[in-house]
Design a protein around this ligand. Structure first.
Ligand SMILES: [Fe+2]
Ligand SMILES: [Fe+2]
Length: 296
């Protein structure tokens, strides 16, 4: 049996140098430090997360983006340092979140790739392919700098390539599709509206309908409270989707908020179990009643 750990939206945060405080980063920093969003994510939670994952020693680790708050080189360096034990010991697949592509300059200067390129396993057109021990995982990158909202869209060229990339999965492998944005919301409808949307979620679902080889599961982040759902295809086939919720969330029991991560158990190319861990006063513990039993 294989255990795949999945964490997302850890949001390691550094105060930006004054010289970078203009445009979107000025507004973002006001949101983080004046309105207090930075307090939503704590080193306490992030440190516990690293400790819990290191202790768990999974067979592989997937990180579905938003490692940083503002895609600063200092934030990527901090994330790299904090992840170093895991990256040295565990085959890892990393993809960007919208906060890792925060400004046009951060994308142009490849702030993320220059630090995490070895674990992004990029092939053509921004699609990543990670193959390890019977697991075949494909990442899409719908993240792009925006003005004020946090919407994304899978580039058409990635939608065009996806069926072929999925079809290259070895016959008995467990196939995972991983991206930062949700494909569907909690209730199974395309996550295509509002300021945080994956704008072309319906198009991605159309492509999945047409794929001969379909993913066995879809994992994502972006929404900081976790949920599981499923993509319903036209022929009645369903693909389970999992968002653990933010791995860097401050422990705030009064607000019913805590960091989480998931562990997927895979055997003979099939998903046989999901465990979700939640930060409590003593560190991470398995969620009471099983993954997502708490409904939060
Ligand atoms: Fe996030
Ligand atoms: Fe996000």
């Amino acid at each position: 049996m294989l255990r795949i750990a999945h964490a997302t939206d850890i949001h390691w945060t550094c105060r930006p140098p004054i010289s970078s405080l203009f445009g979107k980063r000025l507004l973002g920093s006001a949101n983080l430090y004046v309105r207090g969003r930075a307090r939503h994510f704590t080193r306490h939670a992030q440190d516990h997360l690293m400790e819990a994952l290191e202790e768990l020693s999974p067979d592989m680790l997937f990180l579905t983006g938003d490692l940083t708050a503002q895609a600063l080189p200092e934030e990527f360096a901090l994330a790299r340092e904090q992840l170093s034990t895991l990256l040295d010991s565990t085959p890892t697949f990393i993809m960007p979140g919208n906060h890792d592509a925060y400004t046009h300059a951060s994308v142009r200067e490849r702030n993320m790739e220059s630090v995490f390129g070895d674990w992004m396993h990029l092939r053509n057109e921004g699609i990543g392919v990670f193959e390890h021990d019977g697991v075949y995982a494909v990442s899409l990158n719908p993240c792009r700098p925006t003005k004020l909202d946090a919407v994304g869209a899978v580039p058409q060229v990635q939608l065009d390539h996806l069926p072929q990339v999925l079809s290259q999965a070895p016959e008995n492998d467990f196939v995972t599709l991983a991206l930062h944005y949700p494909v569907v919301g909690k209730h199974g409808r395309p996550y295509a509206h509002g300021g945080h949307a994956l704008l072309n979620a319906p198009e991605l679902i159309k492509v999945l309908n047409a794929c001969e080889r379909r993913p066995d599961m879809i994992i994502h982040g972006h929404i900081h409270k976790g949920y599981r759902s499923e993509v319903l295809l036209d022929d009645g086939h369903t693909i389970p989707t999992f968002n653990p919720g933010s791995g860097g969330y401050a422990y705030m029991p009064k607000k019913d908020r805590a960091a989480c991560f998931n562990v997927y158990s895979v055997e003979d190319g099939k998903l046989i179990g999901v465990d979700r861990y939640r930060l409590g006063p003593e560190g991470f513990e398995p969620e009471d009643g099983g993954a997502y039993a708490s409904g939060r």
